[in-house]
Write a protein that binds this ligand. Sequence first.
Ligand code: FAQ
Length: 316
Amino acid sequence: MSQELSIEELEKRFQEKIDAEIKIEPNDWMPDDYRKTLIRQISQHAHSEIVGMLPEGNWITRAPSLRRKAVLLAKVQDEAGHGLYLYSAAETLGADREETIDDLHSGKAKYSSIFNYPTLSWADMGTIGWLVDGAAIMNQVPLCRCSYGPYARAMVRVCKEESFHQRQGFEIVTKLAQGTPEQKEMAQDSLNRWWWPSLMMFGPSDADSQHTAQSMKWKIKRNTNDDLRQQFVDITVPQAELIGLTIPDPDLKWNEERQSYDFGEINWDEFNQVIRGNGPCNKKRIEDRRNAKENGKWVREAALAHAEKRKMKKAV
Ligand code: FAQ
């Protein structure tokens, strides 16, 4: 039936479905640009989860206790799972998984700027959970209502797990902030380094965001970048106050009229440098992912050989 309708009519009906909050499923008709936007966002998101394993993976062998190690290990494994759901969601739109991953390894694809910063102390494990997973939840809870069904459903589970990640991170930072003066200093130093990059996770300001207007119309995004960033600041500042840490922003001030915090200017030059590949760890992150693929080649080959053998056995 869809072949009999003009593109304009198909687009009109598509938008009506979106406006009526009806989910778009993989075999439904969709505009090419809707498909492209989703493949772009979902694959960048998948890459972020996978590259995001590296800064924390760096600390698994140095966790200060067995309990901390078990929790961190579980968290990092969760991130791998998130990457896999997301690559699968991108595949439902026709993206080829191998090509998608090759784009990451060649430096063509983007992933979240935040994972290009180094993890220098154990406190960073707490701060990543608290701030980075906290920002991820703020951004991803609205994505549970994304118009594309497979992405929205993947986000439900991802958000539940991110919630656990945020809590374990806040617990680590709280313990350090209430510990010895050295531990408190470690927590403060970590907050100083991760605060601004966490705010950058939400993307360029609304005035500079290329995709927000169309993505909101299609209900891929449900909030603007600045809106989510503001919500994150408003939730996080009282948490820092509660545990006696100071947000590194001299311009941070409660605005009585708006019932919200005013905060200082983000260094957009730094953000642009990081997403162009010039952050402190960009090269190392890509190199590590390439090596992981190379080092895992024998596992993939063995799994394929095993699958082939089973197929042959069944055929006999
Ligand atoms: N980093 O027009 P907009 C996590 C790019 S998951 C790098 O505003 P859009 C879990 C953007 O792609 C974290 N690039 O774009 C975890 C676009 O480039 P393009 C990831 C960025 O798509 C926790 C250009 O700038 N979360 O943390 C960034 O409408 C702990 C223009 O920007 C998601 O991916 C950035 N921060 O809005 C794992 C959530 N911001 O493609 C391990 C889903 C923007 O034109 C440990 N994604 N860019 O070349 C989204 O919600 C959106 O894609 C935004 C960007 C909000 C990220």
